[in-house]
Ligand binder design. Sequence first.
Ligand code: FAD
Length: 483
Amino acid sequence: MASPESSIVWLRDDLRIEDNPALSRAAGLGLPLTVVYILDEESEGLRPLGGAARWWLHHSLVSLSAALTEAGSALILRRGPAAQVLRSLAEETGARHVLWNRRYGGPERAVDAGVKDWAAENGIEAASFQANLLFEPWTVTTGSGGPYKVFTPFWRACTSSGEPRHPHERPDSLPAPARAGSKKHAMSEDLADWSLLPGSPDWSGGLADTWEPGEPGAHHRLEDFLDGPVLEYGTGRDVPGVEGTSRLSPHLRFGEISPFTVWHELRRRFPRQESADVGIFRSELGWREFCWQLLYVNPQLATRNYRPEFDRFEWQPLTRGELASWQQGHTGYPLVDAGMRQLWQTGWMHNRVRMAAASFLVKNLLADWRLGEAWFWDTLVDADAASNPANWQWVAGSGADASPYFRIFNPVTQSKKFDAEGRYLREFIPELAHLDLRSIHEPWKLPDTNGYPAPVVGLPESRERALATYRKLKDTLGVPAPD
Ligand code: FAD
């Protein structure tokens, strides 16, 4: 028996119902609907998710599945090369419309283009929508039509191009699932079979204590942030010992909340003149957009230096002990170690500490930034294909609009300035919790450090070594450097 006409919504990094243009369009079509998430670990070039992101994805899919069921729909889970999976699903359900929200990585776009070609050849509508970026990369160009390489003019061009669209309303209900052949609805795989959660040892306890993956959790975070921290964001965002930032990053990463919703919720909350704090927060959303624009133009951002001069940079091989000391938070520098332990325990690290920990790896230890990028990719719940490599390259000096390479974060100065009361250090380094403020930032000056390690490298000499290595670039390749 031929299946009646139906539609498919293919969800990817947009695990939400509110402001989901593909879902809204499907609701408008009113045809039986298959909502599918495909775990694609086979299409060429796709980067496999890291461990923390897999944990997040599992819980986000559980949450989404419950919400879709409540709305009268269902979430179908399938695994395999996305183009192939979609073809079979369309055959099984008689789909005439395949709808999705756009993504911007190179290999992802190649997969999507393949699906569009197949759909066109088969008389199926394939429609894509803008959902996860406020300003799509190809719409923001310089006067000469090229991409921006510097953030400030990029963001100025974005914000002067008009207000981002309003979010789509959450549909009250969604069309019932399509029947697959004689079955009630297309068969879903079992999420447990995907083994997204860690086995033994299970390292995810701290993540579960910290986060609520899924659309409701994203909205709770936004509300909490708008109820308080946003009012002092300009200063609070730099203090790792307080919740001064939104912590929306993993929710934005998985598309559990749309940037349009965040943008317009700020407008709703602050209808009159916006404070400088709100403007700074908006520009952080802008950095996310900038990173995606960089990835769109440079699909190999995670593997290649954005500035090719850095191909000749003499990164030093690390010993296994040095790398492990950084990964595990045993470098002997409290701010770096607190950050790396926060990352391991909660899957997230405060931005200021990310900068200090990354600078320590690529400058004081002189390790190739790709080593750090890979570790963050595996351990961050917000590990993002654009923001992670763009920020690593920013710290290393090899990126766009990068921190000048002679800017070497001093972890002690940073710690004294931004964690003056040692709250952050005490939270993540229990061995140091008893120390007073004179010692906690520089424990190596004490005769007994309660088992806390001595510094893996001295600050003045490692700084000198980094500067000397960078100067060679200047001498051989003309990269500007301090005298
Ligand atoms: P808020 O301060 O509340 O900012 C709001 C949102 O703006 C964030 O959720 C994020 O989406 C965006 N944002 C803020 N800062 C940046 C930035 N520098 N670059 C891009 N977007 C930004 N962010 C990621 O989302 N994923 C990553 O994989 C990632 N890796 C990073 C690696 C390094 C070495 C560094 C230095 C930064 C990295 N960042 C990454 C950027 C930043 O640290 C996080 O976005 C931020 O800490 C998330 O916390 P929040 O949501 O509380 O941020």
